[in-house]
Design a protein. Structure first.
Ligand code: NAG
Ligand code: NAG
Ligand code: NAG
Ligand code: NAG
Ligand code: NAG
Ligand code: NAG
Ligand code: NAG
Length: 598
């Protein structure tokens, strides 16, 4: 095509009918489709950096908020990368887009979040857009070459020096910029009129869920629909909170064998499963479990676990450690001897203190814990061959944050908990909240810009998530409700909020997926938010399907908070009921802090 301008080619194509993917997906056509310098404030695109190639017969992927797409269906798309620099800053940020074939495109754009300290899920996440006819986009945040450098590799310029640009890019900026460039590129690529509507979505879970909220809070006018799963927001509390279990063990001077805690979880699940009206291996009402089941009743029960080289998946997302040829944050393989014993009073005391949530030394509430029936991921201890005993293993998910983001020292973890008390935890949380209130904390509760532009959000959280407590999501929902509708009575404020924000707990689910110990349902929230945005079908419940176990394939509606599920009619139907005692059990005021905690 050399020798013809893109405009001339486009004109010719218009005469012969719609352009094919092959015609549109060339470096020169993409360069032509990019927004000109000056159109997007502060963003200067670098046309010479463009790469473009057609990919055929690809299958759709899934980010965690989208459904299991039909794996037999295949798609063709244009794979594009391009760099930009910020006006006045000689940085380079890489963007990556999958643009579906014109006959598949449904005027949708989908921003995809990352996880852990990664801002991007790479091509696996991008291919989630294919099943929805959406252009999908991601960014490397400007953290380094390629798309695999994570934010914790670049948050420090050196010991003691925060890289504020990287922190803010990770906090909210990079993903918003990826979306505004992606929409402009889509307009050019598909020759859409400048005022034509591109339905704009964002979906992510874990840190991707925090990123989803960052987009609502900071780029509210840009998005029509957002799916935010198990958000790692209230970042300072969330990250420091990963150390709570270890500080409890250290304070109570008892390091439980992992099998003892696992047995407590198994007995909790068995006792609480029927409380929701159906015995199906899933605790759909962890609130009733909290109110009715006393884990002290497990003292004296025998437990046994065979010897193994135990793999702990940790947070599972950070690339930082794998680059160094070791495992992701918090993960690792360790030898565990056979564990044969009975649940001790001390073991139950540790478990109960963790479940009560972090309190300062005066007993004031500082944070939430995972719900009962979640596993005790952060409480894992390590076996010491030399002393034949179980010892402290500091959760690097929390320790790395304290080391790099609060102490501002290069490192993967803190060395010990010597001198660390519950009050130290509160001090760390307070300090980090102030340091990162404008970037990572991600709990701004005034969402007027988003709601007044007609944005809709589906927020979801696995009820048995042990990495990010489900009650953290409940607390934010309630912060938004009370800040947005301060003068309405409770039920009216819930009604008003439900015009644009609905929250769903996923029974039995763990962190951004179903859990092995409770094989329950999982929703396709991206489809639900699309129906809400484009067809005005507000989800009173979201449909979910059981993906494994004896009930595999069963479809279950998930109840919208504050309604809670109860199986009635001999376990054949879910009723969504209002239960004040249950709601109260999820409600905390964090009086260990002087500032409001949203
Ligand atoms: C836009 O600005 C960048 C950075 O100065 C430059 O590299 C690029 O060539 C400019 N784009 C055009 C189309 O001039
Ligand atoms: C894609 O699939 C079609 C139909 O199955 C097949 O004819 C074609 O050769 C495939 N193309 C590539 C590049 O694999
Ligand atoms: C997409 O483009 C990037 C950058 O050129 C390249 O590394 C990657 O392999 C491409 N993916 C496919 C599936 O072609
Ligand atoms: C807990 O239950 C699971 C099955 O869900 C089982 O595989 C495991 O061995 C049990 N753990 C203990 C300590 O009994
Ligand atoms: C565990 O210990 C008890 C009591 O010492 C013993 O009876 C039992 O056989 C042991 N179980 C296993 C699997 O070793
Ligand atoms: C601890 O002892 C077990 C069993 O004797 C052995 O397999 C394992 O390698 C030892 N681990 C270490 C770190 O020495
Ligand atoms: C930075 O801090 C780490 C952890 O305290 C230390 O090991 C390292 O030597 C320091 N680096 C420099 C360049 O001082």
């Amino acid at each position: 095509m050399r020798g013809y301008s893109s405009a001339a080619i486009a004109g010719l194509l218009a005469m012969v009918g719609a352009a094919s993917l092959g015609d549109l997906c060339t470096v020169s056509a993409i360069q032509e489709a990019l927004p000109a310098n000056g159109t997007l404030l502060g963003i200067d695109l670098i046309p010479s950096s463009v790469t473009a190639n057609v990919v055929k017969n690809a299958t759709a992927g899934s980010d965690m908020g989208s459904g299991n797409s039909d794996s037999t269906k295949t798609y063709d798309y244009c794979n594009v990368t391009v760099q930009y620099t910020h006006t006045g800053r000689s940085d380079a940020v890489s963007l990556w887009y999958f643009l579906p074939s014109p006959d598949d495109f449904q005027n949708r754009y989908l921003g995809i979040g990352g996880g852990g300290y990664s801002i991007s899920m790479g091509s696996g996440g991008l291919s989630a857009g294919l099943a929805y006819g959406a252009v999908a986009g991601t960014t490397n945040g400007g953290f380094g070459d390629g798309f695999s450098t994570s934010a914790d590799e670049v948050n420090l310029l050196g010991n003691g020096t925060i890289n504020y640009e990287a922190v803010h890019m990770f906090g909210y900026k990079a993903l918003g910029e990826a979306t505004v460039v992606g929409k402009a590129l889509s307009r050019g690529f598909y020759s859409l009129a400048t005022d034509s509507k591109i339905f704009t979505y964002f979906s992510g879970c874990s840190d991707g869920g925090r990123e989803a909220w960052s987009q609502i809070q900071r780029w509210g006018e840009v998005y029509d629909g957002v799916v935010a799963g198990a958000p790692a927001f209230r970042y300072s509390h969330q990250q420091v909170g990963h150390l709570t279990s270890n500080v409890v063990e250290h304070t109570l001077k008892y390091y439980p064998p992992p099998c003892e805690l696992e047995k407590i979880v198994n007995l909790t699940i068995a006792a609480c499963d029927p409380l929701d009206g159906r015995t199906d291996g899933v605790v759909s009402r962890s609130d009733l479990c909290k109110l009715k089941f006393d884990i002290k009743s497990t003292v004296g029960t025998p437990y046994y676990c065979a010897a193994e080289n135990h793999y702990n998946p940790g947070l599972g997302f950070s690339k930082r450690h794998s680059k160094r040829q070791s495992a992701p944050a918090g993960s690792g393989t360790s030898y565990q001897p056979a564990q044969n014993g009975t649940i001790s009073a001390k073991g139950v005391e540790v478990a109960q203190t963790i479940l009560d949530g972090l309190k300062d030394l005066q007993g004031r509430q500082a944070y939430v814990s995972a719900q009962p029936s979640s596993d005790f991921a952060d409480a894992q201890t390590e076996y010491d061959n030399a002393t034949s005993s179980w010892t402290l293993s500091i959760a690097s998910t929390g320790g790395e944050f304290v080391k790099r983001f609060i102490m501002l020292e290069d490192g993967d973890n803190i060395d010990s908990l010597d001198g660390v008390t519950y009050d130290t935890m509160v001090e760390w949380m307070t300090k980090a909240m102030v340091m990162y209130s404008d970037s990572l904390q991600t709990t701004l509760p005034d969402l007027t810009v988003f709601s007044s532009h007609g944005g809709k959000v589906i927020h979801y959280h696995g009820e048995s998530d042990s990495s990010i407590p489900a009650a953290s999501s409940v607390h934010y929902y309630d912060s938004v409700r009370s800040v947005m509708y301060p003068n309405l009575p409770y039920h009216e404020s819930v009604d008003a909020l439900s015009d644009w924000y609905r929250f769903f707990l996923v029974p039995g689910a763990g962190h951004c997926g179903t859990s092995q110990s409770q094989p329950g349902p999982w929703p396709d929230n991206l489809q639900s938010v699309i129906n809400w945005v484009e067809n005005d079908v507000a989800p009173d419940t979201v449909p979910a399907t059981v993906a494994s176990g004896p009930l595999e394939g069963e479809s279950q509606p998930l109840c919208a908070w504050p309604l809670r599920p109860y199986w009635s009619n001999n376990g054949n139907a879910v009723k969504c009921e209002y239960d004040q005692a249950s709601i109260d059990s999820w409600t905390y005021s964090f009086d260990a802090f002087k500032l409001p905690i949203y």
